[in-house]
Design a protein around this ligand. Structure first.
Ligand code: SF4
Length: 354
């Protein structure tokens, strides 16, 4: 914990006190896109898949999840009886997760089922960046969740079980993953929930139907950015997240999940120059933790996730102080009728990746 002028701030002291008093009854998880003040006090930092795994294995009574709401919902779905999942800010959502809701998904499913047998010819795969309700729909229809690390394994699993996959909601992750599996563009269609097509017969010929959603942070990286950094930094390695546009992924040297990016940069030889196409809190931390390398954002105006940024140390301190008083501020509860099918979808993902 970084102290200011050698002494802890009031919030840092509150966090330390709660950690000491609650001991192994408390586990603080933080996503890589969290502010430094949160990342510094977390017991574990990771990407969505790592945090989902860590939450599922945790023995702690209280899991305080410093990340956006769908991540805490996932932890609550995987929690053991008696375990409590709490979030410092319930209003920290996700632009991408909110690009699909259950009503839109039901509407799309009904329309597509008019031209194909929805149960036998269409299998849904949902990126974990979705609400629990959307995951529950997917689980109830035999489908699975995926993360950016597991997308290739899960999509391949799904395509072995069904002639057609409905990939929700990140069109870029879906398309980039399809290309890794050798699925040509002609076999991919886009589903726009705001403008559903009149003629649905073309969808019968596709192997992959992509929901028209995107992350508003990762779409900010453009092909021009790759061209610019290559001119400005000869020899630069460009690494991007697969939520970036297909044109950017194609121009990059490497693409991979958040944990892949962290590993590649950390393990690279001293002197390597990296331009990274992902959320800026992670890029800034990578630069700080790898002083023997040059790590810069791929964009000239680095993008931050405004939802991840909502969580401050004062929010975490408030939750922890509440726990010490016997309260459960920010508790995330999941009704069984949603948790059960959503858990099936998550468990299928964990099985698919082994
Ligand atoms: S970076 Fe994008 S996908 Fe991740 S939480 Fe923020 S809006 Fe959602």
């Amino acid at each position: 914990m970084t102290a200011l002028g050698g002494t802890l701030t009031e919030e840092q002291a509150q966090v330390r006190e709660a950690k000491e008093k609650l001991g192994n009854r408390l586990l603080i998880l933080a996503h890589h896109y969290q502010r430094d003040e949160i990342a510094e006090v977390a017991d574990f930092r990771g990407d969505s898949l790592e945090l989902a795994r860590r939450a599922a294995q945790a023995a702690a009574q209280y899991i305080v999840f410093c990340g956006v709401h769908f991540m805490a919902e996932t932890a609550a779905i995987l929690a053991r009886p008696g375990q409590r999942v709490l979030v410092p800010r319930k209003d920290a959502g996700c632009f991408l997760a909110h690009s699909v809701n259950r009503a839109q998904l039901l509407d799309a499913w009904d329309r597509l089922s008019a031209v194909m047998d929805g149960e036998r010819e269409l299998l849904p795969v949902a990126y974990v960046n979705t609400t629990a309700e959307v995951k529950a729909f997917v689980g109830a229809h035999g489908g699975a969740c995926c993360t950016s690390s597991s997308a290739k394994a899960v999509l391949s699993w799904a395509l072995k079980r069904s002639p057609r996959v409905f990939f929700i909601p990140d069109q870029h992750l879906g398309r980039n993953t399809a290309h890794l599996l050798g699925i040509p563009e002609e076999e991919i269609a886009l589903w726009d929930p705001r403008h559903p097509p009149e003629d649905l017969t073309p969808f019968k010929k596709k192997r992959l139907i992509l929901w028209r959603g995107a992350c508003n942070v990762h779409v900010r990286f453009l092909p021009e950015d790759v061209e610019r950094v290559r001119k400005q930094h000869p020899g630069v390695r460009v690494i991007v997240h697969p939520e970036c546009r297909e044109e950017v992924v194609k121009l990059a040297d490497e693409a991979g999940s958040t944990s892949y990016i962290v590993r590649k940069v950390t393990e690279s030889p001293p002197g390597t120059v990296w331009a990274v196409g992902t959320e800026q809190r992670l890029v800034g931390r990578l630069a700080k933790e790898n002083p023997d390398k040059t790590v810069i954002s791929l964009a000239d105006v680095p993008p931050y996730c405004s939802d991840m940024s909502l969580i401050r140390l004062s929010d975490l301190a408030r939750v922890l102080s509440g726990l010490l008083k016997g309260e459960e501020p920010g508790r995330v509860e999941m009704p069984e009728e949603i948790a059960n099918p959503a858990r099936e979808a998550l468990e299928r993902m964990l099985e698919a990746v082994g």
